[in-house]
Design a binder for this molecule. Structure first.
Ligand code: BGC
Length: 380
């Protein structure tokens, strides 16, 4: 194996490996590390760019474990960035959209930020009306993680670790989370989570990239065709807190069992869509068996880009970017408009700490939480 180390003024190229032994031309797999910016306290934040042998890239920073950019080829082989994000760290620090991050400790809302666990009531930080959203004001998405590039002949990866102290945002227990992002040779962004705790707690991390497969962030996602392998959703109230009930998708705008344009029913006169200002709900994945299964797909006909989502989680939050309103300038100064991107967040159900009928998100000392989610890219 040939090892190369290059230094340049702006970046350090971390050699991962060469393609020695591969059948075609020599392919150099690299993880590039460069300074992304500094926090106000002087902490340096680095960007790591994973590149696979097909030319796909994923740029990830050790702040919030955020995917800043993700490139994928269209049907003509043209690579474009297909996620929302910012060019600078200051914008991520004040961001309220959770662009590209790992959300935690608990993805989505916990009603009134309160729950009972082993006989004790815990009060979490309130950061969304009267409720707790995405781990609170300073959740995992606003923390500095440690980062470790993982060498691989074919599948460059980055391992990120964060230790969340006992009592952080009101949650019990010191939790250690690791997230490994791998860009595979099959054009997948694979996300593997592990979590441990020293006291019983609740734990439900997820990934929050905003996708627009056209690569043109001045467009909306209303023409994207979405399919979700789910017969039911968990309806919400007017504060977007799950009611604890299940609802059939059949004969409703929530039916994505066959691929459907997102714009087809999004403005229907339907109470759940009024509450969410569009889609902002959890779908109950059919045949949940704790194994990695195909849960959803997304297709954009203009570019031909096709994304499949695989996950071992019981739920999927489909959020159609209803709170984007053109007020923040993202990468290249683009003001991200209403419904210009969407999230597909693999998760346990929202507010499950208060809904015993939902799958449990309780994590106990000695247990190891594991999640695998894969976003797989191809073209049609
Ligand atoms: C939630 C939305 C929330 C958004 C924040 C989504 O995951 O479902 O309700 O507004 O994140 O960016």
């Amino acid at each position: 194996m040939k090892k190369v180390l290059q230094l340049c003024s702006l970046c350090i190229l971390l050699l991962v490996s060469t393609g020695y032994g591969m059948s075609n031309n020599e392919v150099l797999q690299m993880i590039e590390k460069k300074l992304f910016g500094k926090l106000s306290n002087g902490s340096e934040i680095f960007a790591y760019t994973l590149k696979n042998q097909n030319g796909m890239t994923a740029e990830i920073i050790n702040y919030g474990a955020i995917v800043v950019s993700l490139t994928a080829p269209d049907r003509n082989g043209k690579f474009e960035d297909i996620v929302h994000g910012y060019d600078n760290i200051d914008s991520y620090v004040v961001d309220k959209n959770y662009f590209g991050c790992i959300v935690g400790r608990y993805g989505n809302r916990i009603g009134k930020g309160k729950f009972l666990l082993e006989g004790k009531v815990y009060q979490l930080g309130i950061n969304n009306g009267e409720n707790h959203l995405h781990g609170g004001e300073t959740g995992f998405s606003k923390r500095v993680w440690s980062a470790e590039p993982i060498e691989s002949e074919t599948d460059p990866a980055l391992k990120l670790t964060y230790v969340s102290k006992d009592g952080e945002e009101g949650y019990p227990g010191t939790v250690t989370i690791t997230v490994v992002y791998t860009l595979t040779k099959n054009n997948e962004l694979k996300i593997e989570y592990t979590g441990t705790t020293d006291k019983t707690t609740v734990f439900n991390p997820t990934h929050h990239s905003y996708f627009n497969l056209s690569g043109n962030m001045n467009t909306t996602i209303l023409d994207h065709e979405l399919e979700i392998n789910a017969d039911k959703t968990t309806p919400v109230d007017n504060e977007l807190i799950t009611t604890g009930k299940y609802a059939d998708v059949a004969n409703t705008p929530m039916d994505f069992r066959l691929p459907k344009k997102i714009g087809k029913d999004i403005n229907a006169d339907y109470e759940q869509l009024k509450f969410g200002l569009g889609y902002d709900h959890n779908w109950v994945i059919n045949g949940y068996n704790k194994k990695v299964n195909r849960v959803a797909s997304l297709y954009e006909a203009g570019s031909g880009r096709y994304m499949e989502v695989y996950s071992d989680q019981p739920g999927l939050q489909f959020y159609s970017g209803n709170f984007l309103n053109g007020s923040v300038a993202g990468k290249k100064g683009i003001k991200y408009q209403y419904r210009s991107a969407l999230c597909l967040e693999t998760q346990c159900f929202p507010d499950s700490p208060n809904k015993p009928q939902f799958p449990s998100a309780i994590l106990k000392p000695g247990d190891v939480y594991k999640q695998t989610t894969i976003y797989k890219f191809s073209t049609k």
